[in-house]
Design a protein around this ligand. Structure first.
Ligand SMILES: Cc1cc2nc3c(=O)[nH]c(=O)nc-3n(C[C@H](O)[C@H](O)[C@H](O)COP(=O)(O)OP(=O)(O)OC[C@H]3O[C@@H](n4cnc5c(N)ncnc54)[C@H](O)[C@@H]3O)c2cc1C
Length: 258
């Protein structure tokens, strides 16, 4: 079974997130990591490969430094990778990103494409569906379980009431939820080996991309303005001299919570 897994580089959760007031784009010059939701997608791809043989290819669109995130996926055990990087891609919205990823996925054969449910920066959660649409294959999203028998997939889709089971023939696009598995940590051998694994770097012209469908100029959404969230107010500290319960009751009443 040949599995593609799409991975995004995002700003480290600990890093300060700043919007560039000129472009309203995130300042990505700070510490970045492999999108935490994509670690579950990489792990699931590796588990399917280990159970059914085959290979796993990571696909990423991002700035040159996104290679760090791709190398992490390779260190976890992914066999090879495709990085689409080109300054012209900057400012792509979810539709633009999906178009570029779909074009990159058309350059090799696969039975499954795995995604995380969302990124930790844009968080639209739209890319997997948009890629499935562009490739004309079924989407099975927010999956809590994936089983493969031959070319038939049996999956559990998480719902508020529990889950729904679906059966679907490959090829298909899947997005997996946090907690579907326990992502492995790359071993030292894996990290060293990742440096030698094939990484195919492509740009807009090598993929023959339509300039009207990506980047700032091809974006269907436009950021009009942005601002940083209000700094969180310090909480009220109560020394409980026996009146603590009354203070809490008064506070809850003042918030109309009781
Ligand atoms: C703060 C902020 C707000 C934004 N708001 C919007 C908006 O409202 N509408 C809009 O169209 N765009 C928006 N964008 C732009 C959008 O984030 C980018 O287009 C992004 O590349 C794709 O969307 P996403 O991060 O929401 O991905 P999601 O759809 O949340 O990601 C789902 C999965 O798709 C895969 N994936 C996503 N991006 C990539 C990538 N570059 N390479 C490989 N795999 C990938 C990963 O597996 C990921 O887990 C916003 C960006 C930021 C930083």
């Amino acid at each position: 079974m040949k599995i593609a897994v799409c991975v995004k580089q995002v700003i480290d959760t600990e890093a300060v997130k700043k919007l560039d007031p000129a472009s309203w784009r995130l300042d990505r010059s700070v510490a970045c990591v492999l999108n935490p939701y994509d670690e579950y997608a990489v792990e699931e791809a590796l588990r399917i490969k280990e159970a059914h043989e085959g290979e796993v290819v990571a696909v990423c669109m991002g700035p040159e430094k996104a290679e760090e995130a791709v190398r992490k996926a390779l260190a976890m055990g992914v066999d090879s990778a495709v990085l689409v990087t080109d300054p012209a891609l900057a400012g792509s919205d979810a539709q633009g990103t999906a178009y570029v990823l779909a074009e990159a996925l058309r350059t090799f054969e696969w039975d499954l494409v795995l995604f995380g449910v969302r990124s930790t920066d844009g968080e639209t959660g739209c890319v997997p569906a948009a890629v499935a649409e562009q490739l004309g294959v079924p989407l099975l999203s927010t999956l809590a379980k994936v089983e493969v028998q031959g070319s038939t997939l049996t999956v559990h889709r998480e719902t508020e009431q529990g889950y729904v089971a679906y059966e679907c023939p490959a090829p298909a696009v899947l997005s997996v939820i946090k907690g579907i598995n326990e992502p492995r940590y790359p071993s030292m051998k894996g990290i060293m080996g990742a440096k030698k694994k094939p990484l195919d770097v492509k740009d807009a012209s090598s993929l023959n991309l339509d300039v009207s469908r990506f980047g700032q100029s091809g974006a269907k959404t436009r950021v009009l303005s942005g601002r940083s969230p209000e700094p969180r107010k310090a909480g009220v500290k109560i020394e409980d001299d026996g009146t603590g319960a009354q203070h809490i009751a008064d506070f809850l009443a003042s918030q109309k919570l009781m």
